[in-house]
Design a protein around this ligand. Structure first.
Ligand code: NI
Length: 399
């Protein structure tokens, strides 16, 4: 049975009072996006707002990142962390809005402006309630989620999960598939590990009319692509989600020219660490053997990215019940496995973690574009909901 230590209406009220401010903050961040690990102005802007709220326990971590401590009564009792990422993507925004990106070629197309704004909003609420809770909330403003190695690893290496020790961490991410007003949770395995694949197949180019005098890397490429699909479809246990996709294949010959080499880039994703290791070995073996059989050579680099993300079942069950108390049962949905990756996964490998989704879709207003597209946007009603819910979850968790 859920015990409410904090009245949801109190938090809703405090969140609603910030509505205009949160919209301004989000629009400022949206129009001034910065790329991964270059979030200098973003960090300065957030710190300025934290200062205005009277929050001073701020410590830089991982260069542009920082942690913020909001201490209640008896701060040593327990520490809960809330994380928001700050970086944008190299995309030219095509939305026609007042708050369109002023840094042409850079865009908050994954909603990290929203995550940062909600975390700031949560900070404002928690700061006002300092005397009403016991323990400490650690806010993590994280840089560089979008590029390997991921800001999360750097922050963990610099001790972000210790001193004070984090006993549970929550992350919130926009989801344009879910209508605004709703949020989504999933217990256990949620997002995939991701590895980048880079391959060069070297043969011997020549006239297209005389393939017997050449070693055709294009024909070898076709065999390798087909062969590697069999690793995923025939050698993986069918109950483990796996995906292999080649998004870039360059064979720069001509109608009558067999090129010397073919270059390819792809991604491999799964949800099982043991299978991930095995799959790497098998892909290497299959690709090498196919190339060898036809007299070609390959250079195949598998660059390891983020691990899979797992939501700790007990923590997630509690967070979901808090969300139901805050938003109503009908506004909390269950999520499917999502084969994209997220560096929040690193935290989930270290401490009990819960990564949940904030609905931002509004069909009536035409807000339906997916993340990482040039037309991505949100229904800004999500800001008050996201800020309030984060604060409510932290307060409930501190009990
Ligand atoms: Ni993202």
């Amino acid at each position: 049975m859920l015990r409410l230590t904090m009245n949801p209406n109190t938090i809703k009220q405090l969140a609603a009072e910030q509505a205009h401010k949160l919209q301004d903050i989000r629009r400022h961040l949206h129009s001034h996006p910065e790329l991964s690990f270059k979030e200098f102005e973003t960090a300065a802007f957030i710190k300025l707002h934290l200062g205005k709220m009277g929050i001073s326990k701020i410590k830089s971590v991982a260069n542009t990142g920082f942690e913020v401590l909001i201490e209640g009564r008896n701060p040593a009792k327990k520490t809960i962390a809330l994380r928001g990422d700050m970086d944008a993507l190299p995309i030219v925004e095509t939305n026609n809005v007042d708050y369109k990106s002023k840094n042409v070629g850079i865009m908050h197309a994954c909603g990290h402006d929203v995550h940062t704004t909600c975390l700031l909003g949560a900070a404002g609420i928690l700061q006002q309630l300092k005397n009403e809770f016991e323990g400490t909330v650690k806010l993590i403003f994280q840089p560089g989620e979008e590029v390997i190695p991921g800001g999360a690893t750097l922050m963990i290496k610099e001790g972000i999960l210790n001193n004070p020790k984090v006993e549970g961490i929550f992350g919130q991410h926009v989801m344009p598939l879910i209508p605004v007003g709703k949020v989504g949770f999933r217990s256990g395995l949620y997002m995939a590990s991701t590895d980048e694949l880079y391959m060069t197949i070297t043969g011997k180019g020549g006239h297209g009319a005389m393939p017997h005098l050449c070693i055709d890397p294009v024909a070898v490429m076709a065999q390798i692509i087909t062969g590697l699909q069999q690793v995923v479809s025939r050698q993986a246990n069918a109950i483990i989600p796996s995906v292999l996709s080649w998004g870039k294949v360059i064979a720069n010959g001509a109608t009558n020219v067999i090129p010397n080499e073919v270059y390819m880039e792809g991604t491999f994703r799964t949800l099982d660490e043991k299978w991930r290791e095995t799959a790497h070995k098998k892909m290497m073996q299959v690709a090498t053997n196919i190339a060898e059989a036809f007299g070609a050579t390959i250079q195949f680099e598998i660059r390891k990215g983020y691990p899979f993300l797992k939501n700790e079942p007990l923590l997630t069950a509690r967070a979901k019940s808090y969300a139901e108390a805050y938003l109503g049962k009908e506004n909390v949905v269950d999520l499917d496995i999502w084969m994209a990756a997220e560096d929040f996964a690193y935290y989930s490998q270290e401490v009990p973690a819960c990564f949940y989704r904030l609905g931002t879709r509004n069909e009536a207003k035409g807000i339906t574009s997916g993340v990482h597209t040039s037309t991505f946007d949100i229904d800004e009603d999500a800001l008050v909901i996201g800020a309030g819910l984060m604060a409510f979850i932290a307060l409930q968790e501190l009990g």
